[in-house]
Each structure stands twice: as structure tokens, then as C-alpha cells.
Design a protein around this ligand. Sequence first.
Ligand code: AGP
Length: 591
Amino acid sequence: MIKSALKRLEYRGYDSIGQVTVDGGRLYVKKDKGRLEEVDAKYNLDDMPGSLGVGHTRWATHGRPAQENSHPQTDCENRIAVVHNGIIENYLDLKRELEAKGHKFQSRTDTEIVPHMVEDYVNQGMSLEEAFRKTINRLDGAYSLVLTSADRPRVILCARQESPLVLGLGNGEYYCASDLAAFLPLTKKAIILEEGEMAILDPNGIKILKSKNGALVKRDPITITWDPESAKKQGFPHFMLKEIHEQSRSLRDALRTQRIYYDLLASKIIDADKVFILACGTSYHAGLVGTLALAKLAGINARVVIASEFSDEALDLVTPKTAVLAISQSGETMDTLNAVRDAKAKGASILSIVNVLGSTLMRLSDVYIGQNSGPEIGVASTKTFTAQVTVLLRLAATIGRKKGEVSTREIGDLEDAIHKTPELIERIITTKAAEVRRIAEGCSNASSICFLGRGVSVPTALEGRLKLLELSYIPAIAYPAGESKHGFIAIIEEGFPVIFVAPKDETHKRVVGNIMEMKARGARIISIIEEGDEEVRDLSDQVVEIPESLPSLVTPIVYVVPLQLLAYYMSVLKGNDPDYPRNLAKSVTVE
Ligand code: AGP
């Protein structure tokens, strides 16, 4: 049963599998990196005794995919086993505390501190439930945790903070899972565990408690009407729309990356004679924002190069003192890997920002930062773009602080704005989606559409164009707005839709001028503006307002969201499949 539940979770993407059962006063653990069928072939997951067990598909955030980093993680005596989704931010401090008490750690995961801490409290005489509750109250970050113990063979404990966890009520059986899809064929009766709650599953049923004070929580089960396919999309019609909505959480997770990684990358970049950023597609657009941030915040003259052009355009300039920062969601894009290998062969330091830990790019890197966006299934990158930009801004700020290029105050303002983006994006999606849909309806018959922006909004415009082009198949155009009068403007005619990315930053005045140029030739002006920007609103036929003023460098993270939604709605309106657009692959592993 556990194996088939894991099979139903495979769609989410993972790099390791593990299972634990409890029987005869001991734990049985089988786990390793690899696909379910590979691990099953090696260990025979069906051959595990007991009527209670937990399975896990791991998506690495701490510690590359490896047998010892797979879940469950156990305590010193292998009597407590824990599986975990999420990121425990303060795990290094807690690990040091436990090591000082003699605990021995087997893995490089953040998760392993949980079974050791529970073990510690149980050894101090606490009940398993109390020890678990005390432990989770010491954790900072996001988690959905499930714990089993050899000494309590008929009990499962679980808890959540941000990361999802659902409970299932079967016929004399009880389930907990990070995703309804896991147990939906077994029961349609479910209870959603809310933030800051824990649950105790035993043969008598399910008990829910407040993690903070142990107070009992009463909650009736709901009946799930979704079929297994829509359960995977959590009720969204497409993975892309689900992933656009997941951005507030993926950004919070990106913000949980340990400072140490930024410091390591920053030192490499500061010591370098030259800095190249290389990437493809959406990651390249994030790289464009990265170059601007490094220049403005750190006085670093980095050059961003499309990976497939790197060997022709820049390889000759690479020396052993050069730093190459590669950006890739999948970490498997062949053009990016080839450029990295070429630079590595010339002795360059290879740095990377990746989403898939354990990927080839991560393994080729001297230092990497995991962006923690979680699995992205839709071919069109959305949540990984906003996370990449977030990581790049923080990296530039770290270098700026180390070099004394920016004041602590400036960094503070930038950090505050970045920390606002998750909630702001949630607000934009809930309040502006209908407006964006109307814009899509108005543009769905356009033969072409153009995206214009200035400064840091050029990458935002380029990303909006790429999303629309790859999903609607409309030959869209994007330009630095100032450049548009040197050619592009020739194709403007009555009603031609021109989308301006127009935050109220240092480029605003000049963008207003460009809007007037387009309007004078009959273009239909659609603008993404800051709320209350009367000037551009009055010049535009349709607007989407961003309800907060943001530092210019932070605007791509937020102003891109209406453009992601626009591309999604255009794709649906045109009857295309937003998740699997024609001719494209999620990871382009050919050159
Ligand atoms: C973007 O929506 C596309 N999926 C594509 O351009 C993608 O960004 C590009 O192939 C790079 O992928 P990577 O980040 O996995 O390297």
C-alpha cells in the first residue's frame, strides 16, 4: 500500500525514496536515492513487516541525493524515524546543541535533528507525544513531519508549519500525507491539518492538537470530490496555474537558504578577475536582473551571456581567476552544461544557482545555492524565475555589504521589500487575476503583441514575452522601450497591443515618453503600473496595478506575475495545453 501511495506522488518529481515500518519492537527502514522502481528493485519495498508504516519521496534541499540523506532519518538508536518536507532554518544551531550532548549524525540533512531531539526529550522522561511537541516548537521554518517509533508500534505523529499535510479517514485505517493524491483511492474523507497543528494517529482514530500549547482541536472531515488527476493539481486546472499560486510559498522557501551559501559565492565573485553569468531562456532573464543588481549594489561588472553563445562570445576571455555563475532550474540544460564545462576546462570557478539538487550542474559546481522552489512540472517556468531573481538580489546585496558598496540601511530596505513579495504576490493573484483575464480576452486574436520596459524592467518584459510566446504561440516581441523607436515602431498600427512594464522607478519619466510615442501611432496601451500612478493610467487603455511601491530591483519578482497569468489565460483561450506547450521540453538536454 505504501509503495502505491508513493507511486501516486511520483508526478511531483523527487530524487530519493524511503519507507519505514514498525514491527516486533523495531523499525524496518529501506531507503536510497533514485526512482521508485529502481529502489524497489534493489530493496523490495513490499517485503517489510508490520501494519504501520510511512513512505517518502524526497526533493533535496539540504544534502545532495544520497542513501544517507534519504528519508526516514533516525535517532542514535534507530528507534525513532522521521520523514520531512520543508526547510528547517535553525537546524545548524540545534545540530550543534545535540552534538554537544553526544548525538552522532549520519546525514547532511536538516531533517535529522528532529529524531535526535525527540530522542533527547524521551530520554529526559517525556512521553513521545510531549517530546515531539516540544521538538517542533523549537523549529524555525517550514515543515510537514511524520514520526514513528519502535516503542509505539501503533502510533504515528505528524505536524505542519507552512508545508502542506492532510489526514485521511479510511475504514479502520488512518493516513497522513503531504498530498491528497497519496491516499485518495483509499478514502475521500479527509481533514486538512492547519498551520501550527500536530496530529496523533492510532487505531482509535485521529487526535489534533495545537502544537504551541497542546490544546485539543475539533475538526470534522471533508469529502474530497476531486479525481486523482486534479488532486495532483490540488484542484487547479493546470500545473502552471498551481505553480503561479505556489510562488508565495516558494519565495518564502527561497528566503530560507542559509547565509553561508551566499557568503561562499560572494567571496568567489569578489576575488574574480571577471564574472560571467550564463543561462538559457527564463533563467537567462533572471541572469539579466542579476547583472543589474551586481552593478548597482556591489559595483561588480558581470556579463550575462546566453549559454549557447558562450563559447563563441566569451570563452576566450576566461582565465583561472574568472568566476562563472550558471543559473538553471533543472541543472540539466545541455547548452548551460557545455558552457560550464568549457569554462571549467580553462580553470574558472564554477558557481551556480539551481533548483534541482543532485543535478549535473550542481555536481559540476565549486559552490552552489539551492533556490528551494520545489518541483516545477509546467514546462513554462514561473515560480523558479521569481526565486532565481530573489537569490540573485540577495547575492548582490551580500557582495555589496562585504565590499562596503551599500549601506546597511540600503540592504535593510531591500531585504524588507524582498520579504514583502510573497504576500504581495498572493494579493495580486487574488485581486488582479480577473483583470488580467479580461486583457487576455482582448488580445487573444492579436497577430502579435509587444512587451516594452526600461532598466530592470527589460528582463521583466523579455520574460513576459517568452511566457506568452511559448504558451500562446503568438509571435510576440520584446524590446528595451528606448530602443523601440529605432526599428520596432515601424510595425505599430491602430490597435496593436503594446504591454508596458512601468514601475514608478528612475525610468518612469522616459517610459511615459515611450508610451506617448506608441499611442501617437494608434497602439493599444496595456500597462503594469504602481497603484495610484495616474499619469500612466490615463495614457493606458488597460492597466494592472501593483498595490505596493517597491525598490526598482525588486520589481521583476512582482511585475512578472500578471504577465505569467496573461500567458496562462491566453494559452487556455487558444485551446493550448499550458503545461506541455508544443515543441518544448521542461529540461532541454540536447544541444
Ligand atoms: C521557460 O519557460 C522554458 N521552460 C525554458 O526557456 C527554460 O527556462 C530554459 O530551457 C532553461 O531551463 P533551466 O533553467 O532548467 O536551465
